[in-house]
Write a protein that binds this ligand. Structure first.
Ligand SMILES: [Zn+2]
Length: 237
């Protein structure tokens, strides 16, 4: 194949690789942000559960203190029962004891249900914290991978730029200008293969005469329809 064409095709390949690297570099910070958001969201969920458990623990302490105070009041009232002199006072004190007992029993029920709730919250929190540890590990690994990829892309891009500069130095200015001009129209590839009298860029038929010439000539030929630089590619191997 003609040397100029080989260089142009190579240049096109390098430039398209550089384009892909650019796209990836733009996308990596987006990926990173999504990763962070997802992880932070999970952290918040765990934090909320932790707060719920702390608040249940606090309520339990309060109830315990209430119960203790109630039991002491009950004990004191029972002791005073022996000092009572008349029946009326005795009856009223029994009533008081009954009220304390019923109050205490209600608090006891509340403590029991709080204990159930605490157990449930603790189990759930423990599971979530284990999940969080796994997620944190994975998050850090993925972060590192993205950071490494970003760094390696910088190197790859430098390589592409160096390579394309080298290639450009070996391509005649007028050929390069033509190539840049076709490329600037923004229809994808500027250099395309032709096979069986069809242009690989616009998929239109090429005049047989031109197609014949394409197989022999060393000059650059462009597609009469799309103006892309075409070359003959023998797909019969
Ligand atoms: Zn064409």
């Amino acid at each position: 194949m003609k040397e100029q064409l080989v260089r142009l095709i190579e240049l096109q390949k390098v430039e398209s690789a550089a384009g892909k690297i650019h796209a990836k570099r733009k996308n990596l910070p987006v990926q990173m942000k999504m990763l962070e958001q997802e992880f932070n969201l999970f952290c918040e969920v765990v934090e909320t559960q932790r707060e719920q458990m702390e608040s249940a623990r606090k309520r339990r302490q309060e109830k315990d203190a209430q119960l203790q105070a109630g039991q002491e009041s009950l004990k004191r009232t029972r002791e005073r029962l022996f000092e009572v002199r008349n029946n009326k006072e005795y009856q009223s004190m029994l009533k008081e004891i009954e009220v304390f007992e019923s109050k205490n029993s209600k608090i006891e029920d509340e403590v029991i249900s709080l204990l159930d709730e605490l157990e449930r919250l603790e189990t759930a929190l423990k599971a979530k914290e284990e999940e969080l540890a796994i997620k944190r590990r994975r998050y850090e690994e993925e972060r590192k991978t993205i950071e490494e990829e970003m760094n390696s892309l910088v190197g790859e891009l430098d390589g592409c730029i160096r390579k394309s500069e080298e290639l450009k130095n070996d391509i005649p200015a007028e050929v390069l200008r033509k190539y840049e001009q076709i490329k600037s129209v923004g229809r994808g590839l500027a250099v395309v293969a032709a096979w069986k009298e069809v242009c690989g860029g616009c998929h239109m038929s090429l005049p047989p005469q031109l197609y014949n010439e394409l197989q022999k000539t060393t000059a650059l030929i462009t597609c009469p329809n799309c103006s892309r630089i075409i070359y003959w590619e023998n797909r019969n191997g």
